[in-house]
Every structure is written in structure tokens, then in C-alpha cells.
Design a protein around this ligand. Structure first.
Ligand SMILES: *[C@@H]1O[C@H](CO)[C@@H](O)[C@H](O)[C@H]1NC(C)=O
Ligand SMILES: *[C@@H]1O[C@H](CO)[C@@H](O)[C@H](O)[C@H]1NC(C)=O
Ligand SMILES: *[C@@H]1O[C@H](CO)[C@@H](O)[C@H](O)[C@H]1NC(C)=O
Ligand SMILES: *[C@@H]1O[C@H](CO)[C@@H](O)[C@H](O)[C@H]1NC(C)=O
Length: 594
């Protein structure tokens, strides 16, 4: 009797073990990524950047990105006084640019429409509520209502004419969902340690920030660089790290008095047309000291990440920068290295026999007793000088392909970037792309255009929103860039740079790309995608930051709104309302979908 029981116990535990293993193995037939055809999207036409023309625009987009193993199904829509209200399903791994066009050239307070979505196979629902508010300086708004998923509601202003508000959703019913309405924890890599620890660095996907220290203009050199044409970010390095950036394009120079090359007035972030030119045009941003204390603050609050700082320039310029660069002598290089040694969690003496991109993520995340790595990669005019014992490395310790499109229009830049990352395959074996690819999702307007329309508007109107439909649909489980390098990370609404006014599209995209997209490639990871795995206690779901409040476009925040409060909701569908199936109401009815 006892023997039978023992045998039964043995059999059942062995069976659990087998089942456990089977559930943990990546299998091609488990792939959920959909290749279904989707309607083509549209880039913002260039003339809409002109604020006068843009203001007259009545056409906008709401992009929804699905980085979950579930189809996102459109359940119904209704709209009133809209010429276009084109919403549809979003298949797994894909994005859909939904279109709305208000009737006529201007709109009244009655214009409204709602799209109701369900996440297939789950009880989770969300709604997109489009409305106009008259009178208002920001009449064109959309509410993303994810209260049905426990993920809050947020009212957004369209950043410009004929451009988009974007919603990124990742996770799964087993794993829990997260969305881009607000940022998650500042240690997104550590939060998915178990998902990425065995992946090679060249199989990770992370946000990056272009001209990262140019979050303000400090005028340490006398030139014509202004906020409009020289500032590339709205938030400093500390907030960029919280917003998910892990790859920094930092450009640092020393500033010298006009009559004294031997005197160094300090190290500053710079953005100039050409640091080696006789006459450099641009300006300075944050001081190196500020950058260092911002990094230290971030790594002390959120240890355990892999953070790359590439440092370009590394030359001096006179205050009036009209006599060429001042090449750094040993004394200046030494002063610079002394400064860098104040950065905490540097990783000295890394194995340089293997390109950094070919190490597993855990190699870096486990350094400094699990506090992770701040990896300094010098890419300036220092003749290959480095100091591995200080964690200061030459850029060539990593095989990097840094692809810059050098185009003024997002519609030219985007296909060029996508072609570059589609030309390299990710996966096991000899066909695997061995390098680390920087996708520069940014445009390069000429001085006239950037001064007139501002780098900020170029970023938040045509460029960043196009990442979420064109860029996302150019990515699949075999093709992606390692870094998505952007200007004005986190900024959704012009000049709204306070932490609570930022929006987390790129953060959520990066989380979802690692969690969902790369996990569907069984050559990248041998384990089953965490989104389908049973048990699933590991991962990013974050009850500690769970929030089901409302954030209004003016910044007002309600943390505990009454459950009946849904801004933009249509209680009554008026006579003339068009339903998703084409029926036009001939009399007003209570909204049947509430
Ligand atoms: C680096 O961080 C530490 C701890 O956060 C701080 O004490 C130190 O002052 C920082 N160094 C610099 C140069 O900011
Ligand atoms: C912001 O908007 C909300 C909702 O429309 C409104 O109740 C609140 O008074 C507004 N706050 C300010 C400061 O305008
Ligand atoms: C359209 O949808 C409405 C609401 O669900 C329904 O009452 C109506 O019968 C539908 N019309 C058609 C032509 O299917
Ligand atoms: C609905 O609107 C149409 C056209 O504007 C009008 O002819 C009709 O009388 C309205 N019906 C009701 C019940 O108000």
C-alpha cells in the first residue's frame, strides 16, 4: 500500500516536472505574431508643421500598438459629425493607425466618437473617446480609457495637425498588462531580469536618447544655437533614465577662454554642426558634473540596469568658437577621466576579448554585486585612449552599426531606418547578425526649418508618432534595431516636460519588444515566452505602481476618481450618429455600450 502511494507520488511529481519543462520551452508553433495585412498609415504632411496650417487641420490619428499574444478586437464604434472614423482590430505584434476626420473645416462642441475594444480571450476592455471642446486653446482631444484593464484614463491633446496620439499595450492575461499612459518603474531591465538574463546584449531592444545632455541651453560658447534649433531633449539625463533610455548619445567638450587654450573652463555637453570645424555653430547643454550626479542619482535609486554612455567630441573649443578645436593633451584627458571616476557602478576590467554585444545581459546586470553597469564608451578624438581599469572603454570594444538617415522628413527617414534593420536577421546560428544596431529614429531639418518649426515640434509631430505605426510594423520577431534613438523622449505635448506630463510610449514599446517580440524568436531564447508561461510570478507586472486614476490634458490628476467618471463619454447617441456597421440613427438613444 505504502509502495503504491510512493510510486503514485513519484509518478505525479515526475509528471509535474515534465509538464513544467514542456511549458518552459520555446516552440515555433506557439508563435502568436500576426502577418495579417493592415491598412497603410500616413506620415504628417510637412506643411502641417506650420502652426497656422496645422491649427486648421481636422484630421488626426490614434495609433494602437499590440505587443501581446492576444488579438485586440474592435467591438463597436459610433461617431457624430465625423467624416472619417476608421478604427479596426490590432493583430498580435502589430500596430494600427486609426483615423478620424472632423466634419467641415472647424468643429463644434458636439463632435464626438468612441471606439470600444476588447482583448480577445480575456475580460479586458478599453475605449478610445474622441471629442472637441469649444472654446479651448486645445480643442482636439482624445481620452484613452483603460479603466477596464485597471490601467487608468488619460486625456491627450493631438500634438499637431494630421499626426497621432499613440497607445502601446504589452503583457498578457497570464502575465498582467501594462500600457503607455504613464511610466512604470525606473528599473525596467531589472524587472525583467529572468526574461533577458540569458539573452545576448545584441538581442536586447532599448530606448536611446540623441544629444542626450541637450536638455537645456547654457550658452558657454558664443554662437547662434538656440532652444529651437539646438536643444534635443526636454528632460535631463536622470529623467531620461526613468523614461527608459539605456543608450546615451552624449557629446562632451571643454570650454576655453578666447585668449588661453591652456585654461579649461570645464567640461560641457555640446551640440555643434561640426566639432572639428574652424567655426563651430551650436551651443552647450548640461555640465558634465550635472550629468554625473544625475546618473548617480538614477543608479542609486534603480540599481541593476545596463546603461551605455557613448561619449563623442572630446575636444576643446574657445568661448568664441571660431579658431578650430583644441585637441586634448594628457592633462585634459586625465582631468576628464578623474571626473568620470565619480560615476558609480562603472564596470572596470570587463572581458575585452569578446565584443560587449556578444555577452549575455546578466554579464553586465550581475556586476557590482547586482547593481549593474554604467558602461562608458569613448567615441571622440582621443586616438583610442581608454582606461579599462576605470570602466572607461573605447567604442570599438563593441561592434556597433550606427545608422543615421540624415533626412529632414519622417516619410524619408522611416523607410530608410526600417530597411536597415530588416536587412539583418536575428536568430541562432551563423545567419545571426553579430552587431549592435542603432536605429536613429530622428530627422535632420536644416537650420532654417529647425529654427522656424523647432526641433521639438519635428520630434513630437511627424517623427516620434510615426515610430508607433511605421516603425512597429517594420519590426517582427526576426528583425529589429537594438536601440531606438530619439529626440525629446517622453514628450507628447509641446513644452510639457514635467515628469507627470510625460507619456510612456517608448518605455512601454521597449518593455514589450523584449517581453513579447524577441521572446517569440526561439533562436534568441530557448525558454517559452514569459507571456504564455504558466505560473509567471517573474516579470514586469507591477502592482506597486498600479494606478486606475485619470490624468487630464491640463495636468490635473485624479488618483481615485469615482467609478462613473469617464471623460469624453457619450451618454446619449444623438440623431445622426453613425454606428460602426453603417447604421445612422434617426432618433437619439441612450448609449447602449455604456
Ligand atoms: C555620485 O553619487 C554619489 C551617491 O549617489 C554621490 O555621493 C556623489 O556625490 C556623486 N558624484 C557626483 C560627482 O555627483
Ligand atoms: C483641468 O481639467 C479638468 C477637467 O476638464 C478641470 O476639472 C480642471 O478644473 C482643470 N484644471 C485647470 C487648472 O484648469
Ligand atoms: C447595427 O448595429 C446596431 C447596434 O448594435 C443594431 O441595432 C443594428 O441592427 C445594426 N444594423 C445593421 C444593418 O446590422
Ligand atoms: C433626425 O434628423 C433628421 C435629419 O436631420 C430629421 O429629418 C429627423 O426628423 C430627425 N428625427 C428626430 C426623431 O428628431
Amino acid at each position: 500500500m505504502r509502495a503504491v502511494k510512493l510510486l503514485a507520488a513519484l509518478v505525479s511529481s515526475a509528471w509535474v516536472l515534465v509538464r513544467g519543462q514542456a511549458d518552459d520551452v520555446c516552440k515555433a508553433q506557439d508563435r502568436t505574431y500576426s502577418t495579417e495585412a493592415l491598412p497603410a498609415g500616413a506620415y504628417q504632411p510637412y506643411d502641417k508643421l506650420n502652426p497656422v496650417v496645422g491649427k486648421l487641420s481636422s484630421k488626426f490619428y490614434i495609433t494602437v500598438v499590440n505587443l501581446t499574444p492576444h488579438r485586440i478586437k474592435l467591438e463597436s464604434t459610433h461617431s457624430y459629425q465625423m467624416d472619417t472614423f476608421d478604427f479596426g482590430d490590432i493583430p498580435q505584434g502589430r500596430a494600427r493607425q486609426n483615423a478620424v476626420k472632423y466634419r467641415g473645416t472647424w468643429y463644434t462642441r458636439d463632435d464626438a466618437g468612441e471606439a470600444y475594444y476588447g482583448i480577445e480571450g480575456t475580460d479586458k476592455k478599453f475605449a478610445v473617446r474622441v471629442k472637441s471642446y469649444i472654446p479651448s486653446s486645445d480643442p482636439r482631444r482624445v481620452v484613452l480609457d483603460l479603466s477596464g484593464m485597471g490601467l487608468g484614463q488619460r486625456e491627450y491633446v493631438f500634438p499637431g495637425g494630421e499626426t497621432a496620439v499613440s497607445l502601446v499595450i504589452t503583457g498578457s492575461s497570464r502575465f498582467g498588462f501594462q500600457a503607455s499612459l504613464r511610466h512604470g518603474p525606473g528599473n525596467w531591465m531589472r524587472k525583467m531580469y529572468d526574461v533577458i538574463r540569458d539573452r545576448l546584449v545584441r538581442h536586447l531592444i532599448m530606448p536611446g536618447t540623441h544629444d542626450a545632455g541637450m536638455s537645456r541651453i547654457t550658452n558657454k560658447i558664443v554662437s547662434i544655437g538656440s532652444e529651437e534649433n539646438t536643444q534635443n531633449q526636454g528632460i535631463n539625463i536622470y529623467d531620461q533614465l526613468r523614461a527608459g533610455s539605456r543608450w546615451f548619445d552624449l557629446r562632451v567638450g571643454s570650454v576655453h577662454p578666447n585668449n588661453n587654450a591652456a585654461q579649461n573652463n570645464g567640461f560641457w555637453v555640446m551640440h555643434v554642426n561640426d566639432e572639428m570645424a574652424t567655426l563651430a555653430i551650436g551651443n552647450t547643454g548640461e555640465s558634465l558634473d550635472d550629468v554625473i550626479s544625475e546618473i548617480n542619482r538614477s543608479t542609486s535609486e534603480n540599481p541593476g540596469e545596463i546603461i551605455f554612455f557613448t561619449v563623442r567630441y572630446l575636444v576643446g573649443r574657445y568661448e568664441f568658437p571660431d579658431r578650430g578645436p583644441i585637441m586634448w593633451n594628457d592633462a585634459i584627458v586625465n582631468d576628464f577621466f578623474v571626473k568620470l571616476r565619480a560615476i558609480n557602478n562603472r564596470c572596470p576590467n570587463l572581458d575585452t576579448t569578446t565584443g560587449f554585444q556578444n555577452q549575455k545581459a546578466s554579464y553586465f546586470m550581475d556586476q557590482n554585486e547586482g547593481k549593474g553597469c554604467v558602461i562608458l564608451l569613448l567615441n571622440g578624438h582621443l586616438d583610442g585612449r581608454e582606461s579599462p581599469g576605470d570602466g572607461i572603454y573605447n567604442i570599438n570594444r563593441m561592434n556597433i552599426q550606427d545608422h543615421w538617415s540624415n533626412k529632414m522628413q519622417a516619410s524619408d527617414m522611416a523607410p530608410d531606418q526600417i530597411n536597415t534593420w530588416r536587412s539583418v536577421a536575428r536568430g541562432g546560428g551563423p545567419a545571426d547578425y553579430g552587431g549592435f544596431l542603432i536605429g536613429q529614429w530622428l530627422v535632420t531639418p536644416d537650420a532654417l526649418a529647425s529654427t522656424a518649426y523647432t526641433l521639438q515640434n519635428f520630434a513630437i509631430q511627424p517623427t516620434n508618432p510615426s515610430l508607433y505605426w511605421a516603425g512597429v510594423n517594420g519590426i517582427d520577431p526576426e528583425h529589429w534595431p537594438n536601440v531606438l534613438l530619439v529626440d525629446y523622449i517622453g514628450v507628447q505635448q509641446r513644452d510639457q516636460w514635467a515628469w507627470d506630463r510625460l507619456s510612456a510610449e517608448l518605455y512601454t514599446l521597449a518593455v514589450g519588444m523584449n517581453l513579447y517580440m524577441a521572446s517569440e524568436n526561439c533562436d534568441v531564447g530557448k525558454r517559452r515566452t514569459p507571456l504564455l508561461r504558466r505560473g509567471g510570478s517573474e516579470g514586469v507586472e507591477d502592482r506597486e505602481v498600479s494606478w486606475n486614476g485619470i490624468l487630464f490634458a491640463n495636468g490635473t490628476k485624479l488618483d481615485n476618481p469615482p467609478p462613473t467618471l469617464h471623460p469624453g463619454r457619450a451618454e446619449i447617441l444623438r440623431n445622426g450618429t453613425v454606428l460602426g456597421n453603417g447604421t445612422v440613427l434617426e432618433e437619439s438613444i441612450p448609449n447602449p455600450w455604456l
